[in-house]
Design a protein around this ligand. Structure first.
Ligand SMILES: O=C(O)CCC(=O)C(=O)O
Ligand SMILES: [Fe+2]
Length: 280
């Protein structure tokens, strides 16, 4: 794997990973979100469209954007769609080189739905560090656009801000920034993602497109790294295990019970949960 992406993380505090997710998985994610929206509309006996944006506009009339963001994200996680995206070769290779092979990802986040003209700072986020929201230093923040057309806006990043430490802040915005800094509006589309450190300052770029931009942010961590943030309060799902972790699972317990499975008649493959899960 090229070290360019790791160099970007070290030098700039973030990187884009271009064309790393198969378009069919992004389509599956869009359909899954549309399915959630349709279910919401049907539950209130409202008419349903084929089009995601029409369904979203109608849902927003009934539910708060926050409720929609939480429910739609929950379904993406439950259907292993985020798992499939993160298991894309380029992404898994990148994360493994960056923080090691023993990985888990947070599964209790919400979508970011960004509609044109929105001013609510919860949706149009000002410059912030994820550290402020309890993401530990060794975690990696990942941002996956799921519905992103040109003009919908992405994220604007402050280069090298990850080297500035914990930026003083109040009410979710910095109270002090250096006199000079350089920024970049990331240029990515569907099928690409952004990864950044929890100290990298970033903000939402306004959506100028009539349709809503949909993205999902969450964090990935090495299961053996110390929890330096609010990790205890989050829910995680395993993404990948090293030889050492798989070996520990085979042994079954940390006491290394002798001959625990020595004459077992059980077929090993029968209990391979990942293989069973992948069958449907
Ligand atoms: O989607 C956005 O506008 C902001 C996302 C963000 O702040 C993040 O991914 O951490
Ligand atoms: Fe953020």
């Amino acid at each position: 794997m090229s070290n360019k992406l790791i160099d970007n993380m070290i030098n700039n505090g973030y990187t884009a990973i271009i064309n790393c997710v198969d378009k069919t998985i992004i389509k599956e994610a869009q359909e899954n979100i549309n399915h959630t929206l349709k279910k919401l509309l049907v539950s209130k006996k409202k008419s349903v469209s084929k089009d995601l944006n029409t369904n979203l506009s109608n849902c927003i009339k009934i539910w708060s954007i926050y409720e929609i963001q939480v429910l739609a994200a929950k379904n993406l996680y439950q259907n292993d769609i985020i798992y499939k995206i993160l298991r894309s070769k380029k992404i898994l290779d990148f994360l493994t080189s960056l923080i090691g092979p023993d990985l888990e990802y947070s599964t209790d986040g919400e979508l970011n739905i960004n509609v044109k003209g929105v001013t609510d700072e919860y949706l149009l986020k000002k410059y912030h560090q994820e550290l402020w929201s309890g993401v530990g230093l060794s975690s990696v923040q990942v941002w996956i656009p799921i519905y992103l057309k040109p003009g919908m806006g992405t994220m604007e990043m402050i280069k090298e801000s990850h080297t500035w430490g914990h930026i003083p802040h109040r009410d979710r915005q910095p109270i002090e920034l250096p006199a000079k800094y350089s920024t970049e509006v990331t240029k990515i589309g569907e099928g690409s993602i952004i990864a950044m450190s929890p100290l990298t300052l970033h903000r939402t770029v306004q959506n100028k497109h009539p349709e809503a931009r949909i993205a999902i942010p969450f964090h990935v961590r090495n299961i053996y790294y110390p929890k330096l943030g609010n990790e205890n309060l989050h829910e995680y799902s395993k993404l990948n295990l090293s030889y050492y972790s798989k070996f520990r699972k085979i042994l079954g317990n940390p006491y290394l019970s002798p001959f625990r499975t020595i004459s077992s008649k059980r077929k090993k493959n029968l209990f391979d949960r990942v293989k069973i899960k992948n069958k449907v």
